[in-house]
Design a protein. Structure first.
Length: 100
């Protein structure tokens, strides 16, 4: 699943906000039992693993000029919830990019 979130911020600002707020992602997953781990293999690419309800979802976030791109590997059994997950990623992605 690929979700692109447009922005008009400099890459440095997006990078800083994502690094500072990525820990908040677990707070937005229903059920309150999710764990999100992240790593930065390069300056503009963050990997993540979301663990919830016995499932692990792996993904990547790429910072590009004009957009933040979330790529999440959904197992076939969760394909039916892809629209809901994509919508949640869009909403939370926008929140991660906004200034407090």
């Amino acid at each position: 699943m690929r979700v692109a979130i447009p922005h008009d911020l400099p890459r440095e600002t997006v990078r800083e906000r994502l690094r500072n707020r990525s820990h908040e992602m677990a707070d937005h997953i229903p059920g309150g039992m999710a764990e999100v781990t992240t790593a930065w293999p390069s300056e503009d690419s963050m990997t993540m693993r979301v663990s919830a309800m016995g499932q692990n979802l792996d993904g990547r976030v790429d910072i590009e000029d004009g957009q933040l791109v979330f790529e999440i590997d959904l197992p076939p059994a969760l394909g039916f919830v892809e629209p809901m997950i994509a919508n949640a990623v869009r909403q939370q992605g926008h929140k991660l990019l906004t200034k407090d």
